[in-house]
Design a protein around this ligand. Structure first.
Ligand code: TYD
Ligand code: MG
Length: 456
């Protein structure tokens, strides 16, 4: 009989190797490889291929009639939007986030809202005792919601319980890392346990039509803890993000088989739980009464929603020949280096002897290239000590040639700024968008923009 193959599975990325190593060859994490029992290959399986003996499937056309999946809305607009219009019955959703970001709070509030609207909801906590969850619910004013609560970690117990009689419309598992399947060996939280437990839960969802929501913790590098495999198994992956030191939280769809991944929900963590932020721009703008140098407002886009954020730059002249520091928070440092280079080479501004600090206010992260011009404006303003008018917004992409390029959704960005009382916008010349309430100044290239800023 063939010797059983040993296999080692990385607990961080799920890759499999046949030799133990201190460092995973795929994700370079240390001490993450753990031995797992491989599936036993019988001589019968090895001898026969899979091309006969199966059940013939009925193949269908793409345009065959189908009923649209039923969606359950929570009545929490920010959550419903991130989900693409509500939770689909029989779907599996994973919510990932750092410990303490507010996943349990969000799901408890969502569960209570859904239960109050007449749906049956089961909330299983593997991390907190039932009393703890109940205490929190009462503190949040949700004590009267007819949510079915249990503290359990055995997947078999959970599925036996909810599988009896009428299945719940929604089953929440908080968190999948605490769940244990007795079908296989291994401690809860290992890749094989997480995979087995979620596999069973997802199968239950598909077979019985219950929407299952799994909570997953996130590792320090930002992936959902251990099992990246989990992201492939579920229909929807939501990331719940936010700095713990800041109040706001963003719920972002990372993957959605039933909708787009370009929508976000914005919440604020308050003493009475999470509240919805219908107008996110107000959250990211610091008070804007004075003309401070080095700050510029940039209309960022989150999916189809404009969010106004403040770009802040500070430059410090260095007398000695020391290498000046460049520090960036909330933006790409490579892109900052590029903008500095274009400002030096095309506009003759000397940043080489200055330290440069760039920050996006409120702990927000910007990845949109449309922020280039706003960053350039903040840098020029900081270096020249001339403030950018506080009622102005700036956007545009900068090419290495110094050209200022138009960006996507200019009209949306302008409209949001107009709504919030901004008076003017500095935009690319080729941007075809009506300013509406805003006075537009357009620029073909960066030298002209710098001249305008310096009053030349
Ligand atoms: P929690 O939902 O337990 O986080 P997670 O499940 O993602 O680990 O939220 C924990 C944090 O939220 C905790 O640090 C306290 C804070 N919090 C509030 O500020 N207000 C509240 O009403 C609640 C319930 C929690
Ligand atoms: Mg929790």
């Amino acid at each position: 009989m063939a010797k059983a193959q040993r296999r080692y599975v990385c607990q961080s990325c799920g890759s499999v190797s046949h030799r133990w190593q201190g460092q995973c060859a795929d994700c370079s994490e240390w001490n993450t490889l753990i031995e797992e029992t491989a599936a036993v290959v019988t001589p019968f399986q090895a001898k026969h291929n899979l091309q006969s003996g199966g059940r013939a499937l009925t193949l269908v056309k793409l345009d065959a009639e189908i009923a649209l999946p039923e969606r359950m809305t929570f009545g929490i607009a920010e959550l419903d939007r991130a989900l693409g219009g509500g939770l689909v019955a029989g779907s599996a959703t994973l919510i990932g986030g750092d410990p303490g970001v507010g996943k349990s709070t969000l799901l408890l509030q969502a569960a209570a809202r859904l239960a109050r609207s007449g749906r049956s909801v089961a909330y299983v906590s593997g991390e907190e005792a039932a009393d703890q969850v109940r205490l929190r619910a009462q503190r949040l004013g949700l004590g009267d919601a007819p949510v079915q609560l249990a503290a359990a970690t055995s997947t078999r117990d959970i599925l036996t319980t909810v599988g009896q009689g009428a299945v719940p419309d929604l089953l929440i598992i908080d968190s999948i890392q605490t769940m244990h399947s007795d079908l296989i060996e291994g401690a809860p939280g290992t890749v094989s346990q997480v995979r087995a437990s979620s596999g069973e839960l997802i199968r239950f969802a598909k077979e019985r039509g219950t929407a299952v929501v799994l909570v997953g913790h996130v590792t320090k590098d930002g992936s959902i803890a251990g099992p990246r495999v989990l992201e492939h198994m579920v229909d929807t992956v939501l990331a719940f993000e936010g700095e713990r030191s800041h109040q706001y939280r963003i719920l972002r769809a990372v993957k959605n088989r039933f909708g787009g991944t370009d929508e976000i929900g914005v919440f604020a963590m308050e003493s009475e739980g999470l509240s919805e932020i219908a107008n996110p721009s107000s959250l990211f703008l610091t008070s804007r009464d004075e003309n401070v140098t080095g700050t510029v407002v940039f209309p960022a886009l989150e999916g189809t929603r404009p969010v106004l954020v403040e770009v802040q730059a500070l430059t410090v002249r260095l007398a000695s020949g020391a290498t000046p520091r460049r520090a960036v928070v909330g933006w790409d440092s490579g892109r900052l280096a590029m903008i500095l280079a274009v400002l030096e080479a095309r506009c003759g501004l000397a940043f080489a002897t200055a330290e440069v600090y760039l920050n996006i206010a409120g702990g927000y992260r910007v990845t949109d290239p449309a922020a280039d011009l706003a960053v350039a404006a903040a840098l020029v303003s900081a270096l020249s000590e001339r403030p950018v008018p506080s009622d102005a917004i700036v956007f545009g992409e900068i090419a290495l040639s110094g050209e200022v390029r138009p960006v996507a959704h200019g009209a949306l960005r302008l409209k949001e700024a107009g709504k919030l009382g901004f008076g003017r916008a500095l935009v690319p010349a080729a941007q075809t968008a009506e300013g509406g309430a805003l006075k537009l100044s357009s620029f073909k290239d960066l030298p002209r923009f710098v001249d305008h800023m310096l009053g030349r």
